[in-house]
Design a binder for this molecule. Structure first.
Ligand SMILES: C[S@@+](CC[C@H](N)C(=O)[O-])C[C@H]1O[C@@H](n2cnc3c(N)ncnc32)[C@H](O)[C@@H]1O
Length: 425
């Protein structure tokens, strides 16, 4: 339901993941070449790939560094069959091991000493292996154990990164393909900070979605130089479909700890957008943010209608308010009963989607009465002073861009309350 421009002000001012067990998503030849080209290493003697799969990354490495000794490891017994050994072979010295790359004693098993590899390349599996005490040791050796609230937050991506760091020599280069979590999620900000303090994180490139078959996961290329000095600034870029790269944004360490994705750092500042209006954060403009509690599987059985993702109306332009339909409005008595079992949005609240691929397009205003909201919805409670500006911001291109770039997630997108409250408008 939408309201015409005449009604808009009135309403606004009223008070009111990965299914493969080994995470086998293989890198295309183009992305592999692109990562290898970005690694500044002239004549590495020893090149390592953990989780080599069908060998696209190590083949690109072998093509560039023809004299290097190449060592690949994969736990999958079938992986060597997929590895195009013939192609790598001939002039390249190549040894493959079928082994668990997360074995704490991997270096002994593959005959390499810790701290000796010149270049490591890796597209780790994006899975969460059952926790083993080896993992704590690997994280500790890599200087990352203090960077996590709980060591068990570490997925295979971070563990592979840590294992590579153990094996690399000082000033050795690590070229990685990373999932969204390590690059943008708040719970990994300590990891980003620790990595930038201990190493030179040279660049992070946001890849176009869909570069991996069968997944829309957001992924990134990253290149790091082990213990080559603290990272002052990281070069952050975006790759378009077709492989063309954007200009680099230099992101200082403290902002990099927050996030390292190009789309976040490339969004225009509020001053640039608005000119004269003094920007404030959403956190300063709201008095409360209520997250619904009814999950989608419980909606049908809930005695009152529950406002959920499919109930948002399409935008009808800047001048028309999108209003929660009357059928969701509860009378006084029903609202009191429902509030014992669910969180309610109140008249005047602005509703946003908390999850979803296109969450930035969802917006609604509560007008007719309190309503029950699902756990995919945020209700922003604000004052008359801020409501209209806030609503208009979310309905604008700039607001949608701010929501889209604040959300994160490998495939589905999530908007955290912290990221939402930090947006300036
Ligand atoms: C995302 S795929 C990447 C494959 C290849 N590097 C590429 O870029 O195309 C991850 C690879 O890691 C392997 N893998 C998963 N868990 C492993 C483990 N614990 N030890 C060694 N390899 C593992 C999988 O078999 C798979 O080949």
């Amino acid at each position: 339901m939408t309201a015409s421009s005449g009604g808009l002000r009135q309403y606004l001012t009223q008070s009111g993941q990965c299914s493969d067990p080994w995470g086998r998503y293989y890198t295309s030849a183009e992305i592999s070449r692109s990562l290898i080209e970005r690694i500044e290493a002239r004549k590495p003697k020893l090149v390592l790939e953990l989780g080599s799969g069908a060998g696209s990354l190590c083949m690109a490495a072998a093509n560039r560094w023809r004299d290097a000794q190449l060592v690949t490891v994969d736990v999958d017994l079938e992986a060597p069959k997929r590895l195009d050994v013939g192609h790598i072979g001939r002039d390249t010295k190549h040894i493959h091991f079928v082994h668990d790359a997360l074995d704490e004693a991997l270096s002994d098993k593959i005959g390499l000493c810790l701290g000796t590899v010149d270049v490591a390349v890796c597209n780790p599996p994006y899975i969460r292996p059952r926790w083993r005490c080896d993992f704590g040791k690997i994280l500790e050796d890599a200087g990352l154990s203090g960077a996590l609230a709980s060591l068990r937050d570490a997925g295979a991506d971070l563990l592979f990164l840590a294992q590579n760091l153990r094996l690399l020599r000082p000033n050795g280069k690590l070229g990685l393909i990373l999932p969204d979590g390590l690059v943008t999620a708040e719970r990994f900000s300590g990891v980003r900070k620790a990595l930038m303090r201990q190493h030179k994180l040279e660049q992070v490139i946001q890849l176009p979605r869909g570069v991996f078959k069968n997944t829309e996961a957001q992924t990134y290329l990253a290149v790091l130089s082990k213990m080559a000095g603290e990272t002052e600034q990281v070069k952050v870029r975006q790759m378009k479909h077709g492989g063309c790269l954007s200009a680099a944004i230099e992101v200082p360490q403290d902002l990099g700890a927050k996030r390292l994705d190009y789309s976040f750092h490339a969004r225009p500042s509020v001053q640039a957008r608005e000119g004269t209006v003094q920007p404030i954060t959403i956190g300063a403009a709201v008095t409360n943010v209520v997250r619904g509690t009814i999950c989608s599987s419980a909606i049908a059985a809930f005695p009152e209608p529950v406002f959920h993702l499919g109930d948002f109306a399409e935008s009808a332009g800047q001048q028309a308010a999108r209003i929660v339909p009357k059928r969701f409005a509860l009378g006084k008595r029903s609202a009191t009963i429902a509030s014992n079992h669910a969180r309610l949005a109140l008249p005047g609240d602005i509703l946003l989607a908390r999850v979803g691929r296109k969450l930035e397009r969802h917006l609604a205003l509560v007008v007719h009465g309190p309503c029950v909201i699902s756990d995919c919805i945020f209700a922003l409670r604000t004052t008359d002073e801020h409501r209209e500006r806030l609503y208009r911001f979310f309905e604008s291109e700039a607001g949608r861009l701010a929501l889209a770039t604040s959300a994160h997630g490998v495939a589905a997108r999530f908007l955290s309350k912290t990221n939402l409250l930090e947006i300036e408008f």
